[in-house]
Design a protein around this ligand. Sequence first.
Ligand code: FAD
Length: 391
Amino acid sequence: AFEQLAADFYGFENELTDQEKEAIAALRAYLETEVKPIVNEYWERAEFPKQVIPELHRLGVASFAWDETKPFDNSAVFRGFVALELARVDGSVATYVGVQNGLAAGTLSACGSQEQKDEWLPKLASGEIIGAFGLTEPLSGSDSAQGLRTTAERQGDEWVINGAKRWIGNATFSDITVIWAKDVADGQVKGFIVPTETPGYTATKIEGKQALRSVQNADITLENVRVPERLRLQNANSFRDTAKVLRATRAEVAWAAVGVAVGAYEAAVKYASERVQFGKPIASHQLVQDLLAKSLANITASLALVVQVSRMLDAGTQRDEHSALAKAFTTSRMRETVAWAREIFGGNGIVLDYDVTRFFNDAEAVYSYEGTREMNTLIVGRAITGVAAFV
Ligand code: FAD
């Protein structure tokens, strides 16, 4: 049965329909019983727990958003709470879903022809195939709207892609990777569905990450990779189309940031009630309550923001600056909240067994990916002033 989260202090979950609540309850039960117990071990080994993939997909995590696959009509607020639930247990599992669902399936949905959507979305939704999204490059991160060096050249009925990508999530085990490349003929950014067994495509795991350690990120090289025109995303004609995908995924990441904050906060509340110092639980010390109350305020303000951004998505009024403001704000509040949670754990706050250090480290990646705080701030700044200050 569905139970409202204590961290949802103002009761935003009351907006969900009974069917949506049931889906959240089923996902939460699975995450609590099967995923939570194993995530620290996988985080330490820097390995993704692939055994969770089939059940996550059966529970709908990559199906809900798309007309071609959704099991029932649902709201963007509901899908936001799905992202929150995943991140509240583990940022890496949430990121796996964010890539598969938001970035890979999201690109197919926004930029694919109907034929391409019918072919790929059901397979991504069921987890039959794993997708990745290759935009960032070794020499181009924040400036990817203009700075991409990867090229695509049309030769007859084929495209020849050359270049390199960096940080690409899920890409060590993806079956297809969406590659964004500049068309040498018109200089516009186009998108290609690249099957990863294509000759000339190589993905190498990035080692030594200290945040989201279980997520597999890869460096990709593309040497004369040939894909048929059939695999060019038919509705991706310039970076504007890439930006459409990012607008939606940034809102999802804003939700996931609330989830990371909630996970750390819940762990801190529990620990504070159990840990005794000066003859009483530390929860009864005023300065500890101050940290908890400020954390709950961060979570509540962030939730109010993302709930409204999702309502705007459903109403068709969400613009780039709305999701950019949410991503910059909730990730900043998350960063503060996980640090306060870690503080409440004292020395145990740096030991993996207590979970909070995982949230603390993972927050750093969530803070920087899908547009850094600076980039999202500049998107908002452009909306306020009418002046683009990126360059
Ligand atoms: P840079 O762009 O080099 O920025 C460095 C610093 O300079 C930042 O603080 C930035 O804000 C600042 N800066 C840059 N320009 C300006 C400016 N004009 N004004 C002010 N400050 C500025 N990418 C993908 O394509 N697919 C993925 O699946 C993917 N997954 C990722 C997963 C993880 C764990 C991480 C860490 C990254 C992932 N990324 C992915 C890449 C991510 O989107 C980039 O890291 C991010 O966009 C920032 O780019 P960068 O790291 O190159 O930093």
